[in-house]
Ligand binder design. Structure first.
Ligand code: FMN
Length: 402
């Protein structure tokens, strides 16, 4: 996978620089063409000559050095790379990337890059856990930057905790999967639903739910990043459309059904992440309902089951369902999976801290029709979306869908 790929290895100034030497050597062994860009701080830890000898290429250090091979160096470097890996990635470079700052060659190349980027953070636990670093990482993930690690363990500063750079072998594996994923769904069409539907009671009121749409939007973005042409049928959500995604805005369950059915025939992949109301008022009032003194009764009627309808017409599409449960989650999700004929169901127990509605993180399990389950720890919704995308790719290329 890495053979003859042009990889830029950005090396920044942390103690883990010595591990980047091993990383450069592994990338070379896999057949990659490696260009190293070091920050000035990195060069204080390890001599550029080390990387020059291992990569077989001159090391790029300063923004204003005499360009030899490249016309406009930073643009040339960015445009010619299949992948940029930043390892170790200091708190400082993550901040530069998140804020779009470009004070030196590496940060300038990162800002000019349009291709995939993988960062391997390495720092002291307090620096890693600082809200600034965490927010920068969340922002980068949301923009599609892949993050490897960090791991927990003994740190060079003498303490122990989260912040140790991932092992070079793991970074190579992450690079491989990133390059593999890029474009794997090119030419495929995906349909994703997101957000919580609104069922009108009268012209100013509705029955809604707490779904923010974040999970579905993240899945739409991850599928688009893997090359799929994505239509996102979205119930109201205060979120921006991920790059490369076409959004169709709807309000109610009935409108969502109509929009989904309009796109279903041409789709290869369907991910139903929206929280669709099970019931709607039978007849929304034409005028605003006024206080009348005493109780009023709202009669609800059942909405059509969009997922079950798609399940019946699934054929060889990959169909992914979501289940948000508050009790007996596993049992209910398994029953839903069988009823709806989905390939797998993503279960989130919305009662657990860090999971469910509105949060940026989620705790999920994938359940399969054959009864297996894969449980995941607390992850950002972006990471969950990437796992879902990887699983869709695996299912897509399995058997007859090849
Ligand atoms: C001995 C020493 C070790 C350091 N280790 C780290 C580290 O592991 N991670 C980190 O984010 N910063 C670390 N720093 C701080 C960075 O070197 C500093 O923020 C520098 O400005 C980063 O520049 P760069 O991102 O351009 O490489 C260390 C500093 C010193 C003096």
């Amino acid at each position: 996978m890495l053979a003859s790929k042009r990889i830029i290895l950005g090396v920044t100034g942390g103690i883990a620089v010595y591990k980047a030497v091993d990383l450069a050597s592994r990338l070379k062994k896999e057949g990659a063409e490696v260009r190293v860009i070091m920050t000035e701080a990195a060069a204080a830890f390890v001599q550029p000559l080390t990387f020059r000898a291992i990569s077989g290429n001159p090391v790029h250090l300063h923004r204003f050095e005499e360009p030899r091979v490249w016309n406009v160096e930073h643009i040339g470097l960015a445009e010619n790379a299949d992948l940029i890996i930043v390892a170790p990635a200091t708190a400082n470079i993550l901040a530069c990337m998140a804020l779009g700052r470009a004070p030196d060659l590496l940060s300038t190349v990162l800002l000019a890059a349009r291709g995939p980027i993988l960062v391997a953070p390495a720092m002291n636990t307090a620096m890693y856990m600082h809200p600034a670093t965490q927010e920068h990482l969340a922002l980068l993930r949301a923009r599609g930057v892949a993050v490897a690690g960090p791991e927990e363990g003994d740190l060079a500063c003498g303490s122990a905790g989260a912040g140790r750079m991932s092992e070079p072998a793991d970074i190579v594996a992450a690079a491989r999967s990133l390059l593999e994923r890029g474009g794997r769904l090119a030419g495929r069409r995906a349909l994703v639903t997101a957000g919580g539907t609104r069922e009108r009671i009268d012209p100013v009121r509705y029955i809604g739910n707490f779904s923010s749409g974040k999970m579905g939007y993240a899945v739409a973005g991850a599928l688009a990043a893997a090359g799929a042409a994505v239509t996102l049928v979205s119930a109201p959500a205060a979120l921006s459309v991920p790059p490369g995604v076409r959004r169709v805005e709807v309000e109610s369950a009935l409108q969502m059904r109509e929009a989904v059915l309009a796109d279903f025939a041409g789709s290869d992949i369907v991910v139903m992440a929206a929280a669709v109301a099970d019931y709607r008022p039978v007849e929304p009032a034409a005028q605003k309902i006024k206080k009348q003194g005493g109780d009023i009764t709202l009669t609800l009627t059942e909405n059509p089951d969009i997922l079950a309808e798609l399940g019946r017409r699934k054929q060889n599409r990959v169909l992914v369902a979501f289940a948000a449960e508050t009790e007996r989650g596993r049992e209910r999700a398994e029953a839903k999976l069988r009823r709806k004929n989905a390939d797998f169901i993503v279960l989130n127990d919305v009662t657990r801290p860090g999971a469910g509605f509105g949060t940026d993180t989620n705790i999920v399990a994938f359940l399969y029709p054959e009864g297996q389950a894969r449980e995941f720890p607390l992850m950002s919704k972006q990471e969950v979306a990437e796992r879902i995308t990887e699983e869709i790719i695996r299912l897509f290329y399995k058997g007859e869908r090849k």
